[in-house]
Design a protein around this ligand. Structure first.
Ligand code: DP6
Length: 323
């Protein structure tokens, strides 16, 4: 049995940062994302006769940590399907892994979907999203296209928590201009950054209080198609998350990041729609209206600290083929 799944990365408009204490990877705050078109992870999963799982990433054998995370997901699928078989997984991104686009989101969404189908599980998208969440919470959101939310109800171990679609990809004509500020791998992986923030940041409680309000207002602005308000809240969410993390010594910005952030403000002063958001890395993603996307990409790409830009539309849900 073989399955090939294709999933797309997503960028959080409202950030998930922090986990609940209950085991099972439950986010401490709700998040809202946009799935990106034109960028994809393609994952092939083949059931084999061997005695262990094999993982090939981008043409080479995976590192020990990535393999362990994949095996954890595969073990859940084996348990649910009652199979003891192992698999050969071959996964590739058609975008650079160092691009600051969360490849773990599209990667685990593709793995969850492909593995569930390869082992013959007849699960719906919500169950597969819940499976992906257990590996990486942002991956739960890549199980759907367009605009997607992941709520953060008080969790009990093993509780079912999938992401949910909020609006389709063609709901609003916006773009994400991804500005890459380095080709080096990120310093602090998101899981580690979150744990350190929770442990050390004097502002973590303030973040936990503010994030649900920012999320509700952000979702309302999206549904009202109020792009200026949405942009303002997108910046608020990102700056609040990074201020909180920075107070714990978790710093993701580099000099290019600050230059890009200043350029976004300058674009706004010049009358363009442009709002910045950042994840667990130094890259800056600029939310803009479709009509301004070309001008925004040109200005951002001309900044000395920006190596290159990728312009992405809201994208589709993942797909899978079983053969
Ligand atoms: C800053 O989903 O990578 O990109 O659940 O520990 O795997 P784990 O974390 P992950 O964190 C993403 C953090 C973020 C914000 C977001 O995507 O919501």
């Amino acid at each position: 049995m073989k399955a090939v799944a294709i999933a797309h990365p997503n960028i959080a408009l409202c950030k998930y940062w922090g986990k609940q204490k209950a085991a099972g990877n439950y986010p401490a705050v709700p998040s809202l994302s946009m799935t990106l078109a034109g960028l994809a992870t393609r994952t092939e999963i083949e059931i084999v006769d061997g005695d262990r799982d094999e993982l090939v990433m981008g043409g080479g054998p995976a590192d020990v940590k990535s393999l362990a995370r994949a095996v954890e997901l595969l073990d859940r699928v084996r348990e649910a399907s009652g199979s003891k078989k192992h698999v050969r997984v071959r996964t590739e991104n058609d975008f650079p892994t160092s691009s600051g686009l969360a490849s773990s989101a599209s990667g685990f969404a593709a793995l969850a979907l492909g593995a569930a189908r390869a082992f013959g599980l007849d699960w719906d998208d919500a169950r597969i999203s819940d499976l992906a969440r257990q590996s990486s919470a942002s991956a739960a959101r890549s199980m759907f296209g367009g605009f997607v939310e992941l709520e953060a109800p008080q969790a009990t171990p093993g509780m079912f928590l999938p992401a949910k679609p909020v609006a389709p990809a063609d709901f609003i004509d916006i773009r994400m201009v991804v500005c890459i500020t380095t080709d080096k791998a990120k310093e602090t992986p998101s899981t580690e950054g979150m744990l350190r923030t929770a442990e050390k940041s004097p502002y973590f409680t303030a973040w936990l209080e503010a994030a649900p309000r920012i999320f509700s207002e952000c979702k309302a602005a999206l549904l009202a198609k109020d792009i200026a308000k949405l942009g303002d809240l997108v910046e608020q969410s990102s700056f609040a998350m990074h201020a909180c993390a920075m107070a714990a010594g978790v710093l993701y910005a580099n000099a290019g990041t600050l230059e890009a952030l200043a350029a976004v403000r300058e674009l706004r002063r010049a009358g363009k729609s442009a709002w910045a958001t950042m994840d667990a890395g130094p890259h800056v993603k600029v939310l803009t209206m479709a009509r301004d996307a070309e001008a925004v990409a040109a200005v951002m790409g001309a900044q000395g600290g920006v190596l290159r830009v990728i312009v992405a539309k809201p994208g589709p849900a993942p797909v899978v083929e079983v053969g």
